[in-house]
Design a protein around this ligand. Sequence first.
Ligand code: ADQ
Length: 470
Amino acid sequence: MSEDRTFDLVIAANRLPVDRETHDDGSVTWRRSPGGLVTAMESVMRGREGAWIGWSGNPGDAPEPFHQDDMYLHPVPLTEREVGDYYEGFSNGSLWPLYHDVIVPATFKRRWRAAYETVNRRFAEAAATITATGGTVWVQDYQLQEMPAMLRELRPDVRIGWFNHIPFPPVELFMQLPRREDLLLGLLGADFLGFQRKPDADNFLRACRQLLDVSVEGDEVRLPDGRIARAAAVPISIDTSALAELATTPQVQERAAEIRRQLGDPEHLLLGVDRLDYTKGIRHRLKAMGELYAEGALDPRTVKLIQVATPSRERLAAYQQIRGEVERTVGQINGDYSPIGATAVTYLHRSFPREEMAAMFVAADVMLVTPLRDGMNLVAKEYVACHGDDGAMVLSEFTGAALELEQAHLCNPHDIARLKDTIIRAIESPIADRERRMRTMRRQVMTNDVQRWAELFLAALAAAPERPAQ
Ligand code: ADQ
């Protein structure tokens, strides 16, 4: 593979930040996919020569590299079988459950692992070809944990960073992974490793100390060849001011009022927004709500819940199962308690434009964020950015967001009795209390936005193994 252009800053992520659209006349265009990562990169790439390496989302031959929104996009091909083995298999059947406290059992197959290695090498080779001498490569997430060391071997001149969007598990769980040392050594090819929370970085450092022949001091790992890699927390965030601005537009405000009218102007509107994933605690949330309706603690005529559950990883059995359970439970709650013409739970299994999401956040009196484990959870931050001072949020202790949004009503979603109490407490909290909590949380999210996250990460990467001057 020869490339005539090279770039100072290269992002490598499983997916390119665009989705392919095929039109009626057969022509193909690319639409920017929504998401904080793309927004964050826009701000750090401004004024730099930036490129992005990733899969296009369609199996088979990769399209030629192209420019979009001032970024050079370099597609990496995946065969149909690699999508099954590397992406659905090892990434989402082995690593995802293992890194999320084995809420469902992790499955290990040697074939999946081999494909993961092959694909990681392909990404490393692509990055090696398009990165300028002395340039920076920022690798994203759990699908590319072997890429840093592979890239270092090809291009020792390049500065390599890796950021983990999901939790890093305690060593007792991580140890279950076959050939676990190879994964750690793959990561240690990076100069700087960023995690959502300090406990995640600590878990990684502990795994290195326990499973590898390296010395770990503070947040630094010294490899046998003398090289040092640093691991620390750099919590991700959202494009706060853009979202807050969107939420105050007359269109979004009017749409929020309309949503409430459509639901019969409830006294209390509760909202859940999640990818339909077993880690998100949707079943626990519904269980609590069902019991509160059953006991008469909440009146289904005046207290409504909207649950958005975005379709996700639909070919995997565990995801088909959680979808079935969630849909059955919603059906049961509505069958048992909904008045005619105004269901207690409005269930939405599809994607929405940003404006509609913002309108839902503006409309909801209480946000329910109850994952069993979540790296960060951006939805919690989005609600804080969008909703006025009169909002309230129930937030699981098992999210990265809980470490930053301490004024939320924190809960353990496994403890259904307490979860119910917490939901009631949030609903009944007096306005002065709500205002105090929401203001503090908004300050947090305004100060620590996604642009700042990207800047902090890149500063830490540039300075590694030293700490950057703050
Ligand atoms: P996710 O598990 O996908 O991300 P989350 O952080 O909540 O979880 O991000 C989901 C995003 O999708 C939010 O921006 C949300 O608004 C949006 N979204 C959800 N449903 C939608 C719908 N129906 N239509 C349109 N948009 C929708 C992973 C990790 C998280 C970590 C992020 C970022 O699992 O822990 O916070 O990466 O690092």
